[in-house]
Design a protein around this ligand. Structure first.
Ligand code: R5P
Length: 300
């Protein structure tokens, strides 16, 4: 019997991460050709045929990426791929997982419904699952694999002697899921704050009066650093309650330079993020880890 072939496809901008990912899988990497038709539409071409085709695409800045990605997923199918696996180290539009005000869409299920017919499997790192229990609700009929960031982030904690006694802090109820997983993985204590959001850049946090952080080194843990407002508010509260050094460890970082400056002013001494989304705080390589996760998803 001829063995099944495996190939990785990626857009040029993701070439560095995809090269490490493909090397860890011992699979060839092809860069997806992406040009433009004169009217502005994307002109896509895939060039490497394989039975199982992994298409790598971290979906930060998704509005500019989704259409070329959809076309690329269709393109690898035309080359004969029997199994198309979307490897989206960051999966977009999951925070709008409910219509919060009348007239708003449930973006998570709309975007999932657009991509689902084009793929057989989805592999992603630390998706923002809050009101959705699992990715299945947004990606019907897809084998969806949500890979935990806890083992990756735990390496940072266990590899840094200065954080040996660090207390982990989740800034809101949503973060309890990943903070607790990391606490178990790294054998650390954790606390969870309460957050009230009144706008995109406006949050207020609260921490039980009985929680003692005086003099402690605290690592704020979150899945996403977007405007940085959540982590900044958490740092201010921890500092006001007597915490010593405050750092942040996040799976996906997007914050711009003004936001990073505001985080420094709030007392965050260092921010480290996973390199699944390219960002100046990247300090946690993830390609080999996700390749291992993909191997176990694909099976023998
Ligand atoms: C909340 O839903 C998320 O887990 C993050 O806390 C949130 O997305 C962070 O956003 P920002 O950095 O803008 O406060």
């Amino acid at each position: 019997m001829t063995p099944m072939t495996l190939a990785v496809h990626a857009f040029e901008r993701d070439g560095l991460w995809a090269t490490a990912f493909a090397a860890a899988l011992d699979a060839p990497l092809a860069i997806i050709e992406h040009g433009r038709f004169p009217d502005g539409e994307s002109r896509i071409r895939a060039t490497l045929a394989a039975d199982t085709t992994l298409v790598v695409c971290p979906l930060d800045h998704p509005d500019e990426k989704l259409m070329p990605l959809a076309l690329a997923l269709g393109a690898v199918r035309t080359l004969g791929a029997q199994r198309v696996v979307l490897v989206a180290p960051y999966l977009c539009y999951l925070r709008q997982d409910a219509a919060f005000r009348p007239g708003e869409p449930v973006s998570a299920t709309i975007v999932g419904g657009m991509l689902a017919p084009l793929i057989d499997d989805l592999v992603t790192l630390e998706p923002h699952l809050h009101r959705l229990e699992s990715l299945d609700a947004a990606y019907p009929a897809v084998r969806a694999h949500a890979v935990s960031s806890a083992p990756l982030l735990a390496n940072v904690l266990t590899g840094d002697a200065a954080l040996a006694d660090a207390l982990l802090a989740g800034p809101d109820e949503e973060s309890e899921r990943w903070t607790a997983a990391l606490a178990v993985e790294a054998d650390r204590d954790f606390i969870v704050m309460r957050k009230t959001r009144s706008g995109d850049r406006s949050v207020s946090l609260d921490l039980d009066a009985s929680t003692d952080v005086d003099g402690r080194t605290v690592v704020i843990v979150d899945d996403i650093l977007s405007t940085g407002g959540t982590v900044a508010a958490a740092a201010r509260l921890l500092k006001a309650r007597g915490a010593g050094r405050v750092e942040a460890l996040v799976a996906h970082a997007f914050a711009g330079s003004d936001d990073l400056a505001a985080l420094a002013r709030a007392g965050v001494a260092r921010i480290r993020s996973v390199d699944a989304v390219r960002h100046e705080t990247n300090a946690v390589p993830s390609a080999a880890y996700l390749a291992g996760a993909v191997r176990s998803c694909l099976g023998p």
